[in-house]
Design a protein around this ligand. Structure first.
Ligand code: UDP
Ligand code: MG
Length: 309
């Protein structure tokens, strides 16, 4: 008998845990026909509600259910990492607890693994039910990061995946603190099959991602997977030097030929403000990379466990 590990990051999902479990088990027939049994790892990411209580209820009746509980909210990326570390399966799936990742897709994903893929990923083709502003910025983010980074980040990609053991072992070799999972999955390589489906709205509860949380997440992704902004800062520096040089030459010639008296106070003020703005901006870019390096160098653990059942 082979084992399929299903990792479910949960942050305040008490209403969804048992629904998710029921839906997932609808596939157990298919998998037992193929000689696979289930292991479900719920990773409680410091929930403040009854998520842990709900999972413990499941543990009482099903010994294939596990719980990893964090001491506080460490973020979904940390929860995925913890789940992957704990998983013992030959195949490993990551799914959201809110049923936005339809368990009914698992058999199809399983067949793709049979065709020789090491990872089967999903992307949603539309963004139905999402605020337009959020969709706009999400699209812009994918355009920007793909232009800057050599690692491909697929637009609309979800974290819903089915992976082989060797793919997961490769992912676990990346022990960085700033985990941008979408990039990591792409970075490790292997052949990935993409399945598409229409967006499904979350079953119960609210999304855990505010606009600003997503905004910082996007910045983290950019800093983690490309150093293009640093090159851009250097490029701006060169550009401004060239412009300044031309201005100096022009000013000297004008003085020599026309004997121009000192003038141009307002333009001077404008130039100084512009240049200092650009300098601070570039310093900010360097600061972003420095701060990430700082966090990385501290080698703090990615998560802290409170319970492991
Ligand atoms: N999640 C988590 N930690 C967090 C935020 C979210 O473990 O800090 C989990 C959440 O419980 C859910 C999944 O990540 O199972 C996706 O979150 P959500 O549905 O809020 O995101 P969306 O689908 O709106 O992008
Ligand atoms: Mg969701």
């Amino acid at each position: 008998m082979s084992l399929l590990s299903v990792i479910v990051p949960c942050f305040n999902e008490e209403e969804n845990v048992s629904d998710f479990y029921e839906e997932l088990l609808k596939n157990s027939g298919f998998f037992s026909e193929n000689n696979y049994s289930f292991e479900i790892i719920f990773v409680d990411d410091g929930s403040k509600d009854g998520t842990v209580r709900e999972v413990k209820k499941l543990i009482e009746k099903d010994e294939g259910v596990h719980l990893l509980s964090f001491s506080r909210n460490f973020g979904k990326e940390a929860a995925i990492y913890a789940g992957l570390q704990k998983s013992a399966g030959d195949l490993i799936a990551i799914m959201d607890a809110d049923l936005q990742d339809p368990p009914s897709l698992l058999p199809e994903m399983f067949k793709c693994i049979g065709e020789g893929y090491d990872s089967v990923a999903t992307r949603r083709v539309d963004r139905k039910g999402e605020p337009p502003v959020r969709s706009f910025f999400a699209r812009a983010f994918y355009r920007i990061i793909n232009r800057m980074s050599r690692t491909e980040i697929v637009d609309g990609a979800r974290d819903y995946r089915l992976m082989t053991r060797r793919f997961v072992d490769a992912v676990l070799q990346l022990t960085e603190y700033n985990r941008f999972t979408k990039g990591i999955f792409s970075w490790v390589g292997f052949e990935t099959k993409w399945l598409e489906y229409e967006n499904i709205e979350r079953r119960k509860g609210e999304t855990k991602w505010s606009f600003w949380k997503l905004f910082w997440y996007a910045l983290d992704g950019i800093v983690a997977f490309t150093t293009a902004p640093l090159t851009f800062a250097a490029f701006l520096g060169v550009l401004f030097c060239v412009v300044a040089f031309i201005l100096i030459v022009v000013t000297i010639i004008r003085k020599a030929v026309f004997g121009d008296p000192t003038s141009g106070w307002p333009s001077l003020v404008c130039i100084i403000s512009l240049v200092s703005g650009v300098q601070l901006f570039c310093l900010g870019i360097v600061g972003q990379y420095l701060s990430k390096t700082y966090m990385e160098v501290k080698r703090r653990p990615i998560y802290i466990l409170r319970e492991d059942i």
